[in-house]
Write a new protein. Structure first.
Length: 53
């Protein structure tokens, strides 16, 4: 059986692109969730500071 090298390269490269895409999306979602958590914490501490005064 003869190996279809162009198909092998296509599958290999699509796998690499898929992994990088997943890693990129994971990084973006992590940064976004961190910013959302920071905003919520700041608003929460602001509410507590305002109600104490």
């Amino acid at each position: 059986m003869e190996t279809d090298w162009p198909k092998v390269i296509e599958v290999f490269l699509s796998g690499i692109v898929g992994v990088f895409l997943v890693m990129f999306l994971l990084q973006v979602l992590t940064q976004l969730s961190t910013k959302v958590i920071d905003v919520v914490e700041r608003r929460d501490t602001g509410d507590k500071a305002g109600s104490d005064a």
